[in-house]
Design a protein around this ligand. Structure first.
Ligand SMILES: [Zn+2]
Ligand SMILES: [Zn+2]
Length: 359
């Protein structure tokens, strides 16, 4: 099989590797498409500590082509979306309706999945490794879906869309008529914005320094476009809301400063949601008195608080009925060999999502 591997430097190595024989609870997936997500870039540049070698990619869709003897959830030929957090169904968190916190994550991440020419054995990022034409993973890491939608769109449900739409619908539970601000309008931010639209938000502020991303946000339903380069974003939101602030502010970058900004932009009694992934050792500073007196809620949000075994199909249905637009989120379809250029384009703010397809 062919795979894009993190070997310790920001430039991924695209090479032929030999798959390691799968275990009895594993499945082999023929990858149809894989989105290129910011977390892959973070893994390659050290922002997210990751021991090399590792097959990157954690946002994918494809078809099951082999199952182990103990596999009961899927069968050969099933169409699946990969879940970057497994949903084992048996751990403390899964049994408490929080499969997005499943305790099996570390275990699936540790399994070596291929052998390179130099004899080293990369694992798959988050237990997946979708930057490849084929992927071996635990059955808990895939969810069967029924749809005719193309894999180039379905792949996005594996990370960015579920994270963003889930943040709006599951974590924040936006009620109709609300005001919403989204700080950072990359792939996940655009999904938050679409989630807010689906939830019936009356006003959606899209905040991003890149004009292309603000324009895309407008097409996805943003009512107010804010360029933080033209003055403090909180001050701009306050001016546009009569000094009140917004009901919900989403931070979709992962920086301490913008997390504080989301908190200050939420109205008294409002909610700030941290969707972006901060650096592992970062610290966030909040105004202490306001934390008490303004009675704001600050919510963490991993994987859109999603229960993937039901939410993946729920989001597929929103796409099929035209309520969620994934086609417009795919900026470019590329080959596996172009993955490093996709990393560059993402960091340059040129794309919402590049998607690797295998046709
Ligand atoms: Zn991701
Ligand atoms: Zn679990």
């Amino acid at each position: 099989m062919r795979a894009a591997i993190f070997t310790g430097s920001p430039e991924l190595s695209v090479e032929d590797v030999t798959p390691i024989a799968p275990g009895p609870a594993d499945v082999v997936v023929r990858i149809g498409a894989s989105g290129v997500c910011h977390s892959d870039v973070s893994a390659s540049n050290g922002l997210l500590p990751l021991p090399p070698p590792c097959i990157l990619g954690h946002e994918g869709a494809g078809v099951i082509e082999w199952v182990g003897a103990e596999v009961s959830r899927v069968k050969v030929g099933d169409h699946v979306i990969a879940s970057f957090v497994p949903a084992c169904g048996n751990c403390f968190f899964c049994l408490h309706g929080q499969t997005n916190l499943c305790a099996m994550s570390g275990e699936v991440m540790a399994a070596p999945r291929a052998t390179r020419a130099d004899g080293t054995t990369p694992n798959g990022f988050t237990g997946l490794g979708t930057f490849a034409d084929q992927m071996t993973c635990h059955q808990a890491s895939v969810v069967k879906i029924e749809t005719e939608l193309p894999d180039s769109q379905l792949a996005l449900i594996g990370c960015g869309v579920t994270t963003g739409v889930g943040a709006a619908l599951n974590t924040a539970q936006i009620v109709p008529g609300s005001t919403v601000a989204v700080i950072g309008c990359g792939g996940v931010g655009q999904a938050v914005l679409q989630g807010a639209r689906i939830a019936g938000a009356s006003r959606i502020f899209a905040i991003d320094p890149v004009e292309m991303k603000r324009k895309t946000a407008e097409a996805f339903g943003a009512t107010d476009l804010i360029d933080p380069g033209e003055g403090d974003a909180t001050a701009q939101v306050m001016a546009l809301t009569g000094g009140i602030g917004v009901d919900y502010a989403f931070e979709v970058i992962g920086l301490p400063e913008t997390i504080t900004q989301a908190y200050t932009m939420a109205r008294r009694g409002g909610t700030a949601v941290v969707v972006g992934m901060p650096k592992w050792d970062s610290q966030v500073t909040l105004p202490g008195f306001q934390l008490f007196y303004d009675e704001k809620k600050l919510l963490g949000c991993v994987y859109g608080s999603a229960q993937v075994r039901s939410d993946f199909q729920r989001f597929v249905s929103l796409v099929e009925t035209g309520r969620l637009d994934l086609g417009s989120m795919v900026s470019a379809e590329i080959g596996l060999d172009d993955v490093n250029d996709a990393f560059r384009a993402m960091q340059a703010g040129e794309v919402i999502r590049s998607v690797i397809t295998h046709t």
